[in-house]
Design a protein around this ligand. Structure first.
Ligand code: SF4
Length: 419
């Protein structure tokens, strides 16, 4: 990939490239406190910049609006999952978007509405159970057009939550979830992690047994990744904190697959489970799948705004200025807040379409690949597909390519063959 780091302001090509784009990511980089494992672009104790940040953010979002004419949703033709089958989406991630007071949240959503009409879209707000401001706040979010919450719970074990530096207890997470349900949210994703410091299989099993009874329609489960330069990484590498080994973590993952399947959840991606409803959809993706994340896995184009946000408008990918003050200063000065642009080749597009799509249980559909890349999958990757199929890591037929159970355990090895 060619990397371009412009040393001077470049003309904002994004508005022109935004035509027809149906997915918008908005980054809210504020947190009350940084969790010990977190390496996201987020900042604590900068709440005094919130209003100025939201002004800048809305200006950036509105700059997309003229050209971004989000096409109406059409009924999917046939039974193939392609970009055209996705609902338009707006996703407020962070950071902790639920720290935004109501008027600022309203301002952000009004700006988003100029790019992707909220009516008919999947509109998700990430929230931390320690910051959800009660049922009135949640009802206000619904009234503003938010129809999905994504709540980072991570653990129901208070000592583990403390090691992770989370600002909430297990009881507060349960209460926040119940508040969200009482406020009328019927689409709620819950994030949990496994392979956590001191975590045992029995503890994880107790968590799984409890959470499948909550009635959430979506779960995302991630194994802990120790990111360099985080406090937790230093604690683990110095031996002060221990984490389960790879085998123990793999057992936890298998336990999750077992418990969720038994509770009626459909695993549709390596880390994601959702409820389906009868009758089964023609496209084998559960009804409650997250369409915003599906856009990433289908390697769709998406706009992104906010400090450190990453957007994808093929043939380019871009990243905004990461610092809050730099971002605000840039927008106030009338400059485009893009810090980095990566030019993508057709080969990059094909590789990303493969390794992102293989995360889905459905795999990479032949029709989707052809629609996205303009060429058949085996024309580009015939040798790689044959080699991985012979190794028992993927299944490959006229419908497309998908990971085998063994391939799922060795996903990174498979993905690297396409890069
Ligand atoms: S709440 Fe989320 S974004 Fe904020 S520090 Fe914790 S993990 Fe990172």
């Amino acid at each position: 990939m060619t990397r371009i780091v412009p040393g001077e302001v470049v003309a904002d090509w994004r508005a022109a490239a935004a035509h027809g784009v149906r997915h918008l990511y908005i980054h809210v980089p504020f947190c009350h406190r940084r969790c010990s494992y977190c390496d996201f672009n987020t900042y604590a104790n900068m709440e005094d910049r919130m209003a100025a940040y939201v002004d800048a953010l809305c200006a950036e979002v509105r700059s997309f609006a003229d050209a971004a004419s989000c096409p109406p949703v059409s009924e999917p033709a046939g039974d193939a999952l392609t970009r055209a089958t996705l609902r338009p989406t707006v996703f407020l991630g962070g950071g902790t978007p639920s720290m935004l007071p109501e008027p600022l949240m309203e301002q952000v959503l009004a700006a988003a509405n100029t790019v992707v009409p909220l009516r008919g879209a999947e509109v998700t707000v990430e929230c931390n159970p320690g910051t959800v401001l009660g049922r009135d706040y949640l009802r206000a979010l619904r009234a503003m057009g938010v129809n999905r919450l994504s709540m980072g719970v991570q653990s129901l074990h208070d000592p583990t939550l403390r090691v992770l530096g989370r600002i909430h207890t297990a009881a507060e997470a349960r209460a926040s979830y119940n508040d969200a349900r009482a406020a009328g949210f019927d689409r709620i994703n819950l994030d949990f992690m496994f392979g956590l410091p001191g975590q045992t299989a029995a503890q994880w099993d107790a968590t799984l047994r409890e959470i499948v009874t909550w009635g959430a329609d979506h779960f995302a489960l991630y194994s802990l990744i120790l990111e360099a330069r985080t406090p937790l990484y230093a604690q683990v590498t110095s031996g002060r904190v221990s984490v389960p080994d790879d085998d123990a973590t793999a057992i936890m993952y298998e336990l999750a697959m077992e418990r969720f399947a038994a509770a009626g959840y459909v695993q549709y991606e390596i880390s994601n489970w959702a409820l389906s409803i009868a009758p089964e959809p023609a496209i084998p993706i559960p009804h409650h799948a997250c369409h915003h994340n599906l856009a990433y896995w289908l390697n769709a184009d998406y706009l992104a705004a906010g400090a450190g946000a990453h957007g994808h408008l093929y043939p380019r990918r871009y990243a905004d200025v990461p610092g809050i003050d730099d971002y605000i200063g840039c927008v106030r000065a009338g400059e485009t807040p893009v810090a980095e642009v990566t030019e993508l080749s057709p080969r990059d597009l094909a590789a990303e379409t493969m390794f992102m799509g293989l995360r889905l249980n459905l795999g990479v559909g032949a029709a989707h690949f052809r629609e996205r890349c303009g060429v058949a999958m085996d024309v580009v990757f015939g040798a790689e597909l044959a080699e991985l199929a012979a190794a028992g890591l993927i299944e490959y037929d006229e419908r497309g390519a998908r990971l085998t159970p063994r391939g799922r355990m060795l996903g990174n090895q498979v993905f690297s063959r396409f890069v």
